[in-house]
Design a protein around this ligand. Structure first.
Ligand SMILES: [Zn+2]
Ligand SMILES: [Zn+2]
Length: 345
């Protein structure tokens, strides 16, 4: 089969690799869509402790089941399935306590397990049993279903931030995840949604997702503007989706009393610290938390909310490429020309 193999840092090569053999408990999926994620770009440029080269990356996947291993009851040939990244081991303390996103091993498709930038992906037994592999609702395309993966992470983040009916929600960073959070946040009850973004072009692209207010993060009087649109109170839930120390510091200053601030985007390894007046948290009784990844149940919910037309991640898709042009796909995603780039192998 043909696959995009990351042979070393910055060496992504489309080539023939041996076909997969389906073993007991496994399923073989013909990949129809695999979306490019920011973390794919980071793995390509900087590597990742969980990825050893050569590896096929890509973890936002949808396709069709073409092979079933002995003993698999959950799926059959012809099923359309969406596949999420994280695969809880199911055995460690955290998995046993329902916190698979904090799994001690932290297996993921496109990390330790071969990913989706290939004609086929073989899902191993652990992935079939514990991972996020779900039947795609009839009305959804493969491209849409691939985006259940990032949407699942957005849902996990909003759930953990306890977004409730009537809350105000600020999203700092209007990339694909931020745009999904606008629609998802609305359905979870946010009545006042504020988007804050550094680049004017991305802020403009986010406008079709229907937030209430859009601001540039570089605005000198941003804090006053946020106060003005929140009746002087500040914001209930702030999702920092970008990987920026400054954005995290800014988020704390925008929070209301008992505000929840979620550092959804991790910071770069070389700039992992922030500086804040911690009395802001103390006197306002703020809650600062982080979230990353998602559980299989979030992936299933993501497919359901897309199927019901509540969230429209397909509006994020600005570019599509065949597998042969995977490098162009990565470059396009990196250039921020569009929002979401999908590869159709
Ligand atoms: Zn991703
Ligand atoms: Zn575990």
């Amino acid at each position: 089969m043909k696959a995009a193999v990351l042979e070393a840092i910055d060496r992504l090569v489309v080539k023939e690799v041996p076909d997969y053999q389906v073993g007991p408990g496994e399923i073989l999926v013909r990949v129809r869509a695999c979306a490019v994620c920011g973390s794919d770009l980071r793995i390509m440029h900087s590597g990742n402790p969980r990825v050893s080269f050569p590896q096929i990356v890509g973890h936002e996947i949808a396709g069709e089941v073409v092979g079933i291993g002995e003993g698999v009851k959950k799926f059959k040939v012809g099923d359309r399935v969406a596949v999420g990244a994280d695969v809880p081991c199911g055995e460690c303390y955290w998995c046993q306590n329902g916190m698979g996103t904090n799994c001690n091993i932290n297996y993921a498709i496109g990390y330790q397990f071969p990913g989706g930038f290939a004609e086929y992906i073989l899902l191993n037994r652990l992935t079939v049993v514990q991972g996020a592999v779900h039947i795609i609702p009839q009305g959804l395309s493969f491209d849409q279903a691939a985006l259940a993966e990032p949407l699942a992470c957005a849902i996990n983040g909003l759930e953990m931030s306890q977004l409730g009916v009537g809350d105000s929600l600020a999203i700092i960073g209007a990339g694909p995840i931020g745009c999904m959070m606008i629609e998802m946040g609305r359905h979870m009850g946010a009545t006042n949604i504020i988007v804050i973004q550094r680049s004017p072009a991305r802020l403009e692209m986010a406008k079709k997702f229907g937030a209430d207010h859009y601001f540039l993060s570089t605005d000198d009087d941003l804090e006053e503007k946020i106060q003005a649109v929140t009746a002087g109170e500040g914001v209930n839930v702030i999702m920092v989706t970008c990987a920026s120390p400054l954005a995290q510091e800014q988020a704390l200053r925008l929070a209301c009393h008992r505000g929840r601030i979620n550092f959804f985007g991790g910071l770069p390894q070389n700039a992992p610290n922030i500086s804040i007046p911690s009395n802001l948290i103390h006197y306002r009784e703020c809650m600062v938390l982080g979230s990353h990844g998602s559980l299989p149940r979030h992936h299933l919910k993501a497919l359901h909310v897309m199927d019901k037309g509540m969230v429209h991640p397909e509006q994020l898709i600005t570019h599509r490429f065949p597998l042969d042009q995977v490098r162009e796909a990565f470059q396009t995603a990196e250039s921020h020309q569009g929002l979401k780039v999908v590869v159709n192998p």
